[in-house]
Design a protein around this ligand. Structure first.
Ligand SMILES: Cc1ncc(COP(=O)(O)O)c(C=O)c1O
Ligand SMILES: [Zn+2]
Length: 429
């Protein structure tokens, strides 16, 4: 069983039953899951979590799906690495990488899709669908295969090969739309009105988005039930960013963090802020698609849509559904929002690979260059505990770093090898 009480409109506060709904039919505001936290508080403990499976389902009490038989390909429980080399380069002594690029379909999307797919099966849907910037399509196709149901994934036609093939291999119906992600998403909203499919990020969105809270829980657990001073997070729709914050605050309110007294969730569960949660939330986007950063810099509470033109295709959402809520989290956490110049995206990918041996995709390049900016500008102090979230795998965006390939070309002889090696070393000075 789960501890879901239902859904609630974030704008007008009206409550709805826990069904496949995402929009308030009264004010068109987005719906969010609400929980029976009083009962959760009675059952949850660090010990109970520690005895759970090595996946996101160890936090089942805080997830909106009945976990008896989840659609599970083992999302989550990914490494948190102390980044000594990168830290040294950036002047940070307490830097960690949350390496979510090693999920089963190679991005954090497995967390959200595992929850959405479980819920879709619970509701009796026979088709799992999505509008995707790439990683989501891979994850939806993989989880549908696991659940034995049909997948229909909609993607912009110009995606990287690693994402197209990385989704196609699971056998979904793939729809390549000649347009931007925002156009794909609009089409999917229409399709969702006409077909009884579980669109993970449309009619299943309230459940789906909750899966990202596990990115907060896991980091806290891996740090010994402490939360970081800073986190650096990539943003497209803004959903994951808001859910990491929510995850930290839930743990604090439930008394699961070291030295933190439990507190009430108050009138609005979705804006709860425990005073002990002092993590500064830093949102990063690539300059060619940075509507949330632009709004933050202009001091606006609304996000104006843009037409994306960025190398970071996984983050290319011009009209972010959770943009306004992400802005509120930046403000509440006294964090920041930064747009990474386009050339710095690839520089960030290479910096992480060369210092820590982790190969991330463009979204991770955005995070690492954003982190570098925060360290150099003094926003993050040398001893502050900082976690950079690496959410996708570099093997899916090989195109952007193909210039790294420059092998010594030799004949199969010692002489040829040594001549070539000497030449290369001389050229490098
Ligand atoms: C690798 C990666 N990181 C981050 C994000 C951003 O997630 P959100 O839309 O929740 O902001 C995406 C979105 O597709 C992604 O693919
Ligand atoms: Zn409403």
């Amino acid at each position: 069983m789960d501890f879901v009480r239902g859904l609630k409109c974030r704008e007008c506060g009206r409550e709805f039953p826990g069904e496949a709904l995402n929009v308030c039919d009264y004010c068109f505001g987005p719906l969010e899951v609400i929980y029976d936290y009083a009962t959760i508080a009675e059952v949850i403990s660090r010990d109970r979590i520690a005895k759970g499976p090595l996946s996101i389902w160890r936090y089942k009490d805080l997830l909106p799906a009945d976990s008896q038989d989840p659609v599970d390909i083992n999302a989550g429980y990914t490494p948190l690495l102390k980044a000594r080399n990168l830290g040294k380069k950036l002047g940070l002594r307490n830097l960690y990488i949350k390496n979510d690029s090693v999920n089963p379909s190679y991005s954090f999307k497995d967390r959200v899709v595992s929850v959405a797919a479980t819920k879709a099966v619970e509701f009796g849907f026979d088709t799992l669908a999505c509008a995707s910037t790439g990683n989501l399509a891979c994850s939806v196709a993989a989880h549908a295969a696991r659940a034995g149901i049909r997948a229909v994934v909609f993607i912009p036609a110009d995606l990287e090969q690693g994402k197209v093939i990385g989704a196609a291999v699971y056998g979904p119906t793939m729809v390549a739309v000649e347009g931007t992600y925002d156009e794909v998403n609009r089409l999917c909203s229409e399709v969702a009105d006409n077909y009884k499919w579980a669109f993970v990020n449309i009619n299943m969105r309230p459940y789906y988005a909750e899966g990202s809270k596990t990115l907060g829980y896991e980091v806290a657990e891996q740090l010994g039930w402490r939360i970081p001073d800073h986190v650096v997070v990539p943003s497209a729709s803004g959903a994951m960013f808001t859910k990491i914050w929510k995850g930290f605050n839930e743990l604090a309110c439930l008394g699961l963090l070291e030295g933190v007294e439990p507190a009430s969730f108050g009138a609005d569960q979705n804006t709860v802020h425990h005073p002990a949660v002092t993590t500064r939330m830093h949102l990063t986007q690539a300059e060619g698609c940075s509507p949330i950063v632009t709004a933050w810099k202009a001091g606006q509470s609304q996000v104006l849509p843009v037409r994306p033109s960025t190398i970071a295709k996984s983050l290319a959402i011009g009209n972010p559904a959770d943009g306004i809520y992400a802005l509120r989290v930046v403000k509440a956490s006294e964090g920041s929002a930064y747009a990474v110049p386009e050339p710095d995206v690839v520089a960030g990918i290479k910096l992480l690979a060369e210092t820590e041996g982790i190969f991330t995709e463009t979204a991770g390049g955005v995070v690492i260059s954003g982190l570098k900016h925060l360290a150099e500008s003094g926003a993050i102090k040398p001893d502050e505990l900082t976690v950079a979230y690496i959410t996708g795998n570099g093997l899916k965006t090989l195109e952007v770093v193909s210039d790294a390939v420059n092998p010594l070309r030799v004949k199969p002889s010692m002489r040829s090898f040594e001549t070539a090696l000497k030449e290369r070393e001389q050229a490098a000075g």
